[in-house]
Design a protein around this ligand. Structure first.
Ligand SMILES: Nc1nc(=O)c2c([nH]1)NC[C@@H]1CN(c3ccc(C(=O)N[C@@H](CCC(=O)O)C(=O)O)cc3)C=[N+]21
Ligand SMILES: [Mg+2]
Length: 283
């Protein structure tokens, strides 16, 4: 069997097209479009590329993007002051501070300073806590995008065994909470997990979010499993590859996300959706 492809790029384009129609209706009704403040500190080339694509997504969605590009030498106090002013600005609905931040800045303190109602990344403890209590508010973008892709499969998720490989605050943990809310039985694996292959072999749904190329081997995949690959690993020749051994995995999976063109574009589409929600609109 060869897996069906979960085409994140196509699904994301459809979501953004629908948001564009919604903005059109808002502006025709005399309302302002949703506004997203994007804060970039320093010159990390990957971050600069991501921020540029987020601005393009805003343009396509009709969202106003407000860009703040600060030097790498920016102090923690100056960045906190910017966050506080964006929190207080009624023209700003969503705030995204691009990660990673320079080492001299405490990223957790910045995340905590963002008004939870404007936290379109869904990283703030309040938003994570709401998700943990199955009363989600703004949901972390990458997990949210993966849940949208799972819905695209049309499969009933209830009772499925899900294995999340990677336990980060921004992907693995919130993805486990999303899958739990969808009534999967969830196992979170991390660097201290014993016999990872056995855990993955039992999974109906596999999520790989470890940030190491081809870390999850294709022959660990249970035949018929749904496979979601969060990895964006840049190779020496500038191509990108996922966390899963794709060529082998796709011969066993029922559905699989490609890299690129899978989870990444869905993260960005979810960010646009969250900006609408933060602006007080329903989708
Ligand atoms: N505050 C904050 N929020 C984030 O959501 C955030 C962040 N910081 N820092 C960096 C990571 C990474 N991330 C990606 C989003 C989309 C793609 C994406 O669209 N990837 C495309 C293209 C990949 C490429 O060619 O480089 C794809 O997978 O097809 C990748 C990576 C968001 N992040
Ligand atoms: Mg995000």
């Amino acid at each position: 069997m060869s897996a069906r492809i979960l085409d994140g790029k196509a699904v994301a384009a459809r979501i953004i097209e629908q948001l564009a129609q919604q903005t059109e209706r808002l502006t025709q009704a005399g309302k302002r479009p949703p506004a997203l403040a994007v804060v970039l500190v320093g010159e990390d080339p990957a971050s600069a590329i991501y921020v540029r694509s987020k601005k393009q997504d805003c343009a396509k969605s009709g969202i106003r993007s407000i860009s703040h590009e600060l030097p790498a030498s920016t102090s923690q106090e100056a960045l906190l002051a910017l966050v506080h002013s964006l929190n207080a600005d009624p023209e700003v609905d969503g705030i995204l501070v691009q990660l990673p931040l320079p080492a001299h800045i405490d990223a957790d303190a910045i995340t905590a300073a963002i008004d939870p109602a404007k936290d379109v990344d869904g990283f703030h403890s309040y938003n994570i806590g709401r998700l943990a209590q199955k009363m989600p508010t703004l949901r972390p973008c990458t997990p949210k995008g993966m849940m949208t892709l799972l819905a695209e499969t049309g499969e009933n998720l209830v009772g499925k065994d899900a294995v999340v490989v990677g336990a980060s605050n921004i992907v693995g943990r919130p993805m486990a909470l999303e899958l739990l809310m969808a009534r999967c039985t969830v196992t979170i694996c991390h660097s201290a997990t014993h016999d990872l292959p056995a855990k993955v072999r039992g999974a109906d749904i596999v999520v790989a979010a470890v940030g190491r190329p081809q870390f999850v081997k294709g022959d660990w995949i249970k035949p018929g499993a749904i496979v979601l690959d969060v990895g964006i690993n840049r190779l020496d020749d500038d191509r990108i590859t996922g966390d899963i051994e794709y060529e082998v995995a796709r011969e066993r999976a029922s559905w699989i996300t490609p890299v690129p063109g899978g989870v990444g574009p869905m993260t960005r589409a979810s960010l646009m959706e969250n900006t609408f929600i933060a602006a007080g609109h329903t989708l």
